[in-house]
Design a protein around this ligand. Structure first.
Ligand SMILES: Cc1ncc(COP(=O)(O)O)c(C=O)c1O
Length: 492
């Protein structure tokens, strides 16, 4: 088969063209049983291929026909031995990676600034996390990746770990020396699992950081939907080498996947793979050019700084993806969050994210000079407005401060399943927490279930709440109370 072919999408079209009389789910039956307003909006084309795993259409759980062919083409395009399609997002692929290598009690080396799906998988599998502290950028207040030294130290102390998990590239587009990390981990026979949620495109352009498969990693959970042109929720899990068992991965991904897999999502993976494999280089080349010229323009605007290659050269900043525009607004004296709100209100612009000091704008293969021009104009006006109406917001100077990682008293799984009680948050120092608490920035979970609460961390959380940052996690969003492991006092 050639990369020009789309066996899954083409197979669905062929099936729909026959216009079969359907006595199977979905019960909307090509849209005729659906609310007309939604049906008209979505369109009959999409609804005609919103199908299910009937005989001619293969089955994601036991692929032997068009889905198998589409996955094989994807494996070839990504340089993997096997590719598994995920309709459970990259979260599902990440959970599969971890549960494929970890059994209860096993250790896994992970950076501390992990996505919640990683901690969920650690709880499900019963693994014990060995944390590596990511490097914090003191100028930007964001966390980068992990260093080679830290991986080496962690493996030396825990050579029995069942995996090393790396976020590569980070949300902000920064990548570590993944090839070297893989070399070190493999010298211990330990597989490297990559959270590649923000890097599907990097595989298809040689000026971008090395992809997980190019760097020799064993598994990668890759969001095709984020930057590769497929529909939201569709991702791939790529595997290679002989440190992980494809059979085990296949059975775990199946355990974690709905039996009603969306063929719209699956078909969109098939066509996105074709586009990336056949035109990816050309499209990404244009995207990089557009991002670089936008970056140069933004950097002529007084008060703004759009991060470029000068960020490279530290232990944690080995390479970067120029299509991620980290725009530091720190010198304007307003927070990134305030800029996000201003852009929404005044220019109908939605950014990818904001934090205390920055906004993050993603330039993708869907952008044009027109869209980036709107952003640059908006940023110009923002800075002009700020200069002559400095009353917009009061100036705030907040230092980047990250407390020590708390001590883990129980495995996250044991803590999650323990008997718990709710107590006042301010009085919780010394107790073992049963919930997650995360603060962005710098994107590091302050607490995961099983850790001992310290006064330093309580103060840090309060500090972040006071400056208006989104502190997330606990059942009680007001932070008056917190759920902790119940202590059984002796009877008198
Ligand atoms: C670093 C990282 N990993 C994993 C994920 C999960 O991806 P998905 O939303 O496709 O489940 C995200 C989502 O934002 C992410 O930022």
């Amino acid at each position: 088969m050639s990369q020009q072919q789309t066996p899954l999408f083409s197979g669905l079209l062929e099936h729909a063209k026959k216009n079969p009389v359907q006595f199977h789910i979905p019960g909307h039956k090509k849209g005729t049983g659906m609310d007309p307003e939604f049906r008209n909006f979505i369109g009959d084309n999409a609804l005609s291929i919103d199908l299910i795993n009937i005989g001619p259409l293969d089955d994601l759980h036991h692929p032997h026909g068009m889905i198998r062919e589409a996955q094989q083409l994807a494996a070839e395009a990504f340089g993997a031995d096997h590719t598994f399609f995920s309709v459970q997002g990259t979260s599902g692929a990440i959970m599969t990676m971890i549960m494929s290598v970890c059994s209860p009690g096993d250790k896994i080396i992970v950076p501390r600034n992990v996505h919640k799906s990683i901690m969920s998988a650690i709880i499900f599998s019963g693994a014990t996390p060995i944390f590596i502290h990511p490097i914090i950028d003191p100028n930007l207040g964001i966390s980068h990746g992990i260093t080679i030294d830290a991986v080496e130290k962690a493996l030396k102390a825990h050579p029995d770990a069942k995996g090393v998990l790396v976020i590569n590239p980070t949300y902000f587009g920064i990548s570590a020396n993944l090839e070297k990390i893989v070399e070190i981990a493999h010298s211990y026979n330990v597989p490297v699992l990559v959270d590649e949620a923000h890097g599907v495109h990097i595989h298809f352009h040689d000026e971008l950081p090395l992809s997980a498969m190019q760097a020799g990693a064993d598994m990668a959970a890759t969001s095709v939907h984020k930057l590769g042109g497929s529909m939201t929720q569709s991702s791939v899990l790529n595997i290679r080498g002989n440190l992980v068992s494809p059979k085990r991965v296949k059975s775990i991904i199946s355990m974690l996947t709905t039996t009603s897999t969306s063929y719209l999502l699956l078909a969109s993976l098939d066509v996105a793979r074709k586009q990336l494999a056949t035109k990816g280089r050309e499209l990404i080349d244009k995207t990089i050019g557009l991002a670089n010229s936008t970056r140069s323009e933004i950097n002529t605007i007084p008060g703004l700084y759009c991060v470029g290659p000068e960020i490279l050269g530290t232990k944690a900043t080995y390479d970067f993806d120029p299509t991620k525009m980290i725009i530091s607004v720190r010198n304007l004296g307003i927070t990134g969050y305030e800029v996000e709100v201003w852009l929404r209100k005044n220019y109908n612009i939605e950014v990818e994210l904001s934090d205390l000091y920055n906004i993050l704008c993603i330039i993708s293969i869907g952008d044009t000079k027109e869209t980036t021009g709107i952003l640059v104009n908006a940023l110009r006006e923002l800075t002009e407005k700020f200069l002559d109406t400095s009353h917009i917001v009061e100036k705030k100077v907040i230092s980047v401060h990250v407390p020590d990682i708390p001590t883990l008293a129980l495995s996250p799984r044991d803590a999650f399943y323990s008997e718990t009680e709710v107590i006042p948050f301010k009085e919780s120092a010394g107790r073992v927490i049963a919930e997650f608490i995360m603060v962005y920035p710098p994107g590091i979970p302050i607490f995961i279930p099983g850790e001992i609460i310290t006064q330093e961390n309580i103060d840090y959380i309060q500090e972040n709440i006071d400056v208006g940052l989104p502190v997330q996690g606990p059942e009680d969003a007001t932070f008056k109370t917190i759920r902790v492991i119940k202590e059984h006092k002796p009877f008198i």
